[in-house]
Design a binder for this molecule. Structure first.
Ligand code: SAM
Length: 386
């Protein structure tokens, strides 16, 4: 199977395959078969594309037979030129489940990356088209927004999801993108650190009933649910839209305030409005622990608490860290992380007026003394002002 850029000579084959796609999957495309351009118009467009570095249409060929396509179009206007769109992805049904769709999309991404100053790739996918959506997620696209009722076929309306792939080489986005991807499997993956942190929180003895609790990095809401069961009034913050969507689905109508926010920026909470901050397995992704505690110092009331659990730094030094397996490729993905010494947490807390109330190093049940602890947890209290 060969993938190459289509030229004017491919116009008739492209048109036939596109019409087939529109006919077989009307809910996946915006046009009807009758609205496909005549072959001369398509040939002209492919000829123009071949001479530009703004558009291309890829084809997958089985011998000489065109069996898959994917287009890419870059915005022309000066203020929009940093954005391009993937469109018209289609693989003939007899060639599906071979990874061909993925090869087409990855090739389109690779070609688009060569365009100077391109920052974003976007695409629209109908929300009922779960296979295509999963394909795009596996290629790194993240959900951005739902566009309600984008297509109407007869009496039925279809929503589209806008997805985007950030091509900018900035590291901070990587963590959110990784968690968006991980959200799909986070709850079903085996994860001893996650389970140990959850168990440790449940044994913490924190006084939560009727309290204002801020959960940082709520993930899929595993701990959020427990906090609500304890009678806490919970604000749950995370910067991964994928994680938040899972958490919201889990919590249903429970009275939790979910906030999409990067904890490295000033928190959207007023001073002295929180009784307890909880952060489980988040701070390894945050470089500046002092800034985290400064915000804790601002929002936590006198007498309030901060409870943290992190992968133990010894485990990090042994090579441990947050990572997951991409379901479709089995590829292991390591999420960017920072190493914080125990003293770093303690000093940062003390510096902004907290006292260390309790601290622990947890091992898996049954692990011997000579196995490095899996988890470090700390509990701080905001001292009364003298
Ligand atoms: C390992 S998960 C832990 C989730 C949950 N606390 C648990 O114990 O299952 C880490 C979570 O922290 C979030 N996170 C990481 N860095 C963040 C940041 N800078 N701002 C907000 N959330 C962040 C991730 O999106 C992810 O949901």
């Amino acid at each position: 199977m060969r993938i190459r850029v289509l030229t004017a000579a491919d116009a008739a084959d492209f048109r036939a395959l596109r019409i087939r796609g529109l006919r077989e999957h009307p809910e996946a495309f915006g046009r009807t078969p009758e609205e496909v351009d005549p072959v001369e118009v398509i040939a002209h467009q492919l000829r123009v594309d071949a001479g530009s570095d703004m558009d291309f249409t890829l084809g997958a060929l089985d011998g000489e037979v065109l069996v898959g396509v994917a287009g890419c179009h870059r915005e022309r206007a000066r203020k929009q030129r940093h954005v391009a769109h993937i469109w018209g992805v289609y693989v003939a049904p007899e060639h599906r489940r071979t990874g061909l769709g993925r090869r087409l999309v990855l090739e389109a991404i690779a070609r688009a990356r060569t365009w100077p100053d391109l920052e974003w790739l976007r695409l629209d996918v109908t929300t009922v088209n779960e296979g295509a959506r999963a394909l795009y997620v596996s290629c790194g696209f993240r959900p951005v927004a739902i566009k309600p009722s984008s297509l109407r076929i007869g009496e039925r309306h279809y929503d589209e999801e806008l997805m985007a792939l950030d091509l900018r080489p900035s590291r901070p986005v990587d963590v959110a993108a990784a968690y968006d991807e991980w959200a799909e499997t986070y709850d079903r993956d085996a994860n001893r650190t996650r389970d140990l942190a959850a168990a440790t929180l449940r044994q913490s003895g924190l006084d939560l009933g009727g309290r204002d609790v801020l959960e940082i990095g709520c993930g899929t809401g595993r701990n959020t649910e427990w906090l609500v069961e304890q009678g806490a009034r919970v604000t749950a913050l995370d910067f991964s839209a994928g994680m938040l969507r899972r958490a919201q689905a889990r919590l249903g109508s429970a009275p939790v305030r979910f906030v999409k926010h990067d904890v490295r920026a000033a928190w959207p909470l007023v001073a002295g409005s929180v009784d307890c901050v909880i952060a489980a397995l988040v701070l390894e992704h945050v470089e500046d622990v002092a800034a985290f505690f400064e915000e804790c110092g601002r929002v936590v009331r006198v007498g309030g608490e901060v409870w943290l659990a992190e992968l133990h730094p010894i485990r990090q030094l042994q090579g441990g860290g947050a990572e997951f397996t991409r379901p479709r490729t089995e590829e292991r993905v390591r999420v960017a992380a920072f190493l914080h010494d125990v003293a770093e947490y303690v000093s940062a807390g003390i510096r902004v007026g907290f006292t260390l109330r309790e601290m622990g190093e947890s091992r898996d049940p049954g692990a011997g003394r000579f196995v490095a602890p899996q988890l470090l947890w700390l509990r701080f209290r905001r001292a009364a002002i003298a």
